[in-house]
Write a protein that binds this ligand. Structure first.
Ligand code: FRU
Length: 473
């Protein structure tokens, strides 16, 4: 498979054709990482949801396999998760070796219930449980996106479910019979946004042997730059209830303040924790100017926590498994106000910048052969960054052109990694504690990167630029 269309991502997962949205059913099993996803096999708009399927052995190169779950008399197949039922707790498997169980939402014109299916052949074919739904509809309108994991301390499967303006937790011994455990989050204003695609994970704290619970929630609309975005709470989970960290002045933090990182959830059954998001935003997803596919996933990121006063910051490190071709490496570079350090660039690729010390107001811009500029500015004085997505193709939606701002989380920024693909920009500052994912649609090829500074000289200790080979060969 070799994709050559203009704007086709070369290091991000896309389907050969048609619409996709949320990652679903992320699970590692017998040597393969599974990526299921929301898919419309017949068109390039959100409709008629199925689960598509891709597999990887390294979380970077993907093989698309086709449809895994199809709509039935209970409805279309919305988002959900998958687990390895190692000990056949469900009794659904012939062998005592168990297999894969998918837990998903059946959507029947807005009526939503939770169902399961099982697979005995590594996710290639699925049988829906004959007693579906396993959690029937209640009076709640938005009642979806079950994420399930085994909770060792309470010896049960725990499900996190998005319910409009709050989360509900359910417990089960067998993935079939579910009991309501608790509800969380009604006290947090959602400003008209709907909570979606939650996840509950136990993450290691860097530099310690401690782990903390993190509740992930996607919200749409209500993102910091408009539309869809992902936030998280750190806290505790006792097998019944989640309590946000009391030491934190604000227990709610954005995982990625860019415009295009949504519905992110983690892989089940891995040692380290990895997640992936849908690289788009419901504000304009149905209209982005790409075809015959529509939408890509973000890069996979390994996640952990970094202590931050009484609270923690989510740290995200992109997984890139390929032999990069180094096109530039420079040390001890001085950039002066009014001057630009310009370098040729070929996408996809990365730029790594290490400063000798934090600088006030500086950054770099990508320039296309049509003269379009996409600029990143770090403003240390204001504790913020801005990505200017105000050029390139944007007339497909009046919500697309934006100056996207985010917080530097009070950190002195000294190190930046940015990853460019043909229509995306992912920023990871200070090893991934400030992250911003954004689509961009240049109308020509990006050919240059220009470093600049506004007020004072900037000392770049090390600059390196790499080209990345396509993942599709
Ligand atoms: C999130 C979402 C989910 C839902 C799915 C439908 O992007 O709205 O809540 O299950 O997409 O495709």
């Amino acid at each position: 498979m070799y994709y050559q269309e203009t704007l086709r991502p070369q290091i991000h997962f896309t389907p050969k054709e048609n619409w996709i949205n949320d990652p679903n059913g992320l699970v590692y099993y017998e040597g393969e990482y599974h990526l299921f996803y929301q898919r419309n096999p017949n068109g390039n708009k959100h409709a008629d949801m199925h689960w598509g399927h891709a597999v990887s052995t390294d979380l970077y190169h993907w093989k698309e396999l086709g449809t895994a779950l199809e709509p039935d008399q209970l409805g279309t197949i919305f988002s959900g998760s998958a687990v390895v039922d190692k000990h056949n707790t469900s009794g659904l498997f012939k062998e005592e070796t168990g297999g894969l169980v998918a837990i998903f939402t059946h959507d029947n014109h807005g009526e939503q219930q939770q169902s399961i299916a099982y697979s005995e052949d590594k996710g290639r074919t699925w049988v829906k449980y004959e007693g579906n739904p396993v959690i029937p509809n209640t009076t709640i309108k938005d009642f979806r996106d079950p994420k399930v994991a085994w909770h060792a301390d309470s010896k049960q499967w725990v499900m996190v479910l998005a319910c409009g303006d709050h989360i509900q937790f359910f417990g089960s011994p067998n993935l079939i019979d579910w009991t309501h455990l608790s509800s969380f989050g009604k006290e947090y204003p959602s400003d008209g946004g709907v909570w979606e695609c939650p996840d509950l994970i136990h993450l290691p704290v860097e530099g310690t042997d401690q782990k903390e619970w993190v509740l992930i929630v996607s919200i749409n609309p209500g993102g910091p730059n408009g539309g869809s975005a992902v936030y998280y709470f750190t806290g505790s989970f006792d097998g019944k209830e989640f309590h946000p960290n009391e030491a934190a002045t604000d227990p709610l933090k954005w995982a990625d303040e860019g415009r295009d990182f949504y519905a992110a959830v983690t892989w089940d059954n891995t040692d380290d924790t990895y997640w992936i998001g849908w690289m788009n935003n419901w504000d304009y997803a149905n209209d982005v100017p790409v075809s015959p596919w529509r939408s890509a996933m973000s890069l996979v990121r390994k996640i952990s926590l970094q202590p931050d006063g009484g609270n923690y910051l989510l740290k995200q490190e992109p997984v890139i498994v390929s032999e990069p071709v180094q096109v530039r490496s420079e040390s001890s570079l001085t950039i002066k106000p009014g001057e630009k350090a310009a370098y040729d660039v070929t996408l996809p690729g990365t730029i790594d910048i290490q400063l000798s010390q934090p600088a006030k107001q500086w950054g770099f811009q990508l320039v296309s052969d049509q003269g379009e500029v996409f600029k990143l500015e770090i403003n240390q004085t204001n504790n913020s960054y801005t990505f200017y997505r105000t050029e390139g193709q944007q007339d497909f939606s009046d919500k697309f052109a934006s100056e996207i701002t985010g917080s530097l989380n009070g950190l002195d920024i000294q190190k930046i990694t940015a990853i460019f693909d043909h229509c995306s920009f992912e920023l990871f500052a200070n090893d991934g504690v400030v992250v911003s994912t954004n689509l961009m649609y240049p109308s020509g090829a990006i050919t240059a990167v220009e470093l600049y500074t506004e007020e004072a000289e900037v000392e770049v200790e090390q600059l390196s630029m790499n080209e990345l080979p396509t993942i599709w060969k």
